[in-house]
Design a protein around this ligand. Sequence first.
Ligand SMILES: O=C(O)CCC(=O)C(=O)O
Length: 276
Amino acid sequence: MNEIQKYEFDRLGYLVIPALLTASEVEGLAKAIDALEDLATERLKRPVDKVSAWGPEYRHDAERGYYVQGAREEGRTMIIEDFFNADAAFDLLVDHEPTMRYIRAIVQERPTINNSEIRIRYPGNQTGTHLGGPVASKYRYSYTSQGISCMMVRMIYFVHDVGPGEGEFCVVPATHKSNMESPYEGSDPDKEPGMLGLPVKAGDAILFTENLRHGGLTNRSQQTRKTLHVGYGPYWMKSQNIATMDEEPNILPGTFVRYSPEQRLLFRSWPTLLEQ
Ligand SMILES: O=C(O)CCC(=O)C(=O)O
């Protein structure tokens, strides 16, 4: 992360990173998302397995290790959490060096992955705005003597272009530093003053602090928007997936065996000897 990127991330609370993924990485990830969408669609026909402490109902594929909520239909979103378990094609995102250079620059303690979700947003769908202003400490943004010091941050990876009107991820820049909660009624991102849609190309990524006010503009196109979201924070932060909120990371033994020691450490939410 260079000095200009650090300055902009501190000033705005997000960064659009062009071509963080190669064309062949994009191709492999897009195929894996499509395959998992089909499996999750079938899984959603089954009875509910778990109701999250935050409300949504989930189906759990214990063999493939993912949780899914939502629906494959116009106006809806399907969210598939813990997708790392489901397909080795996603392994390249675990300890992805181009990503880790950004994460290490803004999370001061040893970073781990605390969130993994595929968002599939069908035409007509939007993601309501949330956060910004004074927020719970686990999502806090701060600047200390060591520089930028984030709690939870997210990297969103794009496997196809998302242009204006195609359900862009959106932010109200600089609200990670706001001392007040948004005074505007409702959570419609299309109507919120100051909301900015961020158009991107396949292979681009967006890094943001969870402290920033954000959401997803209405997808007014016929293209379903598919993105991969990976959350990071200090190692002691437990899962921030909605299905497994504040539980230990949900990584199957069969997933762990595929990983290098460095990749495994990214799911280790207890101190190492160095941290004790
Ligand atoms: O991309 C979107 O539609 C919203 C994503 C979001 O809210 C998040 O990643 O926290």
